[in-house]
Design a protein around this ligand. Structure first.
Ligand SMILES: Cc1ncc(COP(=O)(O)O)c(C=O)c1O
Length: 381
């Protein structure tokens, strides 16, 4: 239940989610949650603020954050990343960009599942690599092994996997991941596995499976990337980790000019350590709230606006809404913003496969979520 106090707090936040659009717009776009983060994290940061503990942090965080993540991953997924291969980055996109620039050359193809988190598309284009697209089935968002094989083009050298998948909300099954692994092996692809959504999974059957856990031969071609930013809403604090199982990438990054990649702040590192050490109970409660929001979104759309369809996301707090049966056109988010005063993420930003779609972030208070859905309904009708 949100109160005016919640709205006041949200409107006063400095982050882009609530600042980009004016006071009449309700934002449901960028993947930040509207809930305050875990008290353990707030307390740790408050302690630093009160002590003015802002001195240079040295290299201690370079060990402590990876150690916290290795334990977290082992506890939650059974996969214990090799600490020697884990490195700190300032955000999740940094190791992905580094890995692609090391593992591929201009003109090489990069296999990407579309629709795709927009920065991957931008990165491939900007780097002069070729987008090799595997379009997920737009009804069940499952990976079809044969179709994936057929998608691979000559000179494809790398694969960017996003699991759980943004924007569809799919958490891929062991069977699907095996199919991806098979393609990676057959075509000798370097793999970047973005697993930043690993903790926001709703169904036991699809508990998150790290791609690198499929076997040592797979781990050795894979860079696994994650952060506490999605699960604990810490995006602005900039702290991520990557397991550099792929030796070429590991060597390439080790050989870069010192400081080229930039590091993390002591605040970001402290928040990540707290999240991965003491955040589990808070996360369980938050995932329960998100699951209830997800069910509510599904129910309201099914009952009140069946012409807008969505597959049930088994992970993430994103609903990938299909407006193709409505009159909202190629970019429904533009119409929703203009006519409804709600900001969703535009489907076309996620590639051609996003035409006619928009992405709704449902990590918000229930009454705000209802207001957003009411506005979608009134614009479509
Ligand atoms: C799949 C995916 N990767 C990376 C990011 C951004 O990561 P970071 O918080 O480290 O900037 C996001 C943010 O929404 C995301 O959805």
């Amino acid at each position: 239940m949100h109160t005016n106090k919640d709205i006041g707090r949200l409107r006063a936040l400095g982050g882009i989610k609530w600042q980009r659009f004016g006071p009449d717009v309700i934002p449901a776009w960028v993947a930040d949650m509207d809930f305050p983060t875990a008290p353990a994290i707030v307390n740790a940061l408050r302690g630093m603020v009160e002590a003015s503990d802002f001195g240079y942090s040295g290299s201690s965080f370079g060990d402590a954050v990876p150690m916290a993540w290795v334990d977290w991953s082992a506890r939650r997924t059974g996969w214990k990343p090799d600490l020697e291969r884990v490195r700190l980055f300032s955000n999740a996109l940094q190791p992905i960009a580094a890995a692609l620039s090391i593992a591929t050359a201009p003109g090489d193809g990069v296999l990407l599942f579309t629709p795709s988190y927009p920065p991957f598309l931008g990165m491939i284009e900007k780097a002069g690599r070729r987008l090799v697209e595997y379009r997920l089935d737009q009804h069940d968002w499952r990976i079809d092994a044969d179709a994936l094989h057929s998608a691979v083009e000559p000179r494809t050298r790398a694969l960017v996997l996003c699991n759980p998948h943004n924007p569809s909300g799919r958490s891929f099954t062991a069977h699907e991941l095996e199919a991806v692994a098979h393609v990676a092996e057959e075509y000798n692809l370097a793999v970047v596995s973005d697993e930043i959504w690993q903790d926001i999974v709703y169904t036991d059957e699809s508990q998150h499976i790290p791609f690198a856990s499929l076997g040592s031969h797979i781990m050795e071609r894979t860079v696994t990337v994650t952060s506490a930013s999605k699960s604990f809403s810490l995006g602005g604090l900039s702290c991520a980790v990557a397991h550099l199982g792929n030796e070429k990438v590991e060597q390439g990054i080790a050989g870069m000019l010192p400081h080229l990649l930039g590091g993390v702040s002591s605040l970001g590192a402290t928040a990540a350590i707290e999240a991965w050490t003491h955040g589990e109970d808070w996360l369980a409660e938050t995932v329960a709230t998100l699951r209830s929001n997800r069910d509510h979104v599904l129910e309201r759309f099914a009952l009140e606006l069946p012409e807008v369809s969505l597959a049930c996301p088994d992970a993430t707090y994103l609903a990938w809404l299909d407006f193709r049966e409505t009159s909202l056109g190629a970019d429904p988010a533009a119409a929703l913003l203009e006519q409804g005063g709600i900001a969703l993420s535009p489907g076309p930003d996620f590639g051609v496969a996003g035409t006619g779609f928009a992405r709704l972030n449902f990590a918000t208070h229930r009454t705000l979520l209802d207001e957003i859905i009411d506005r979608v309904i009134s614009v479509v009708r």
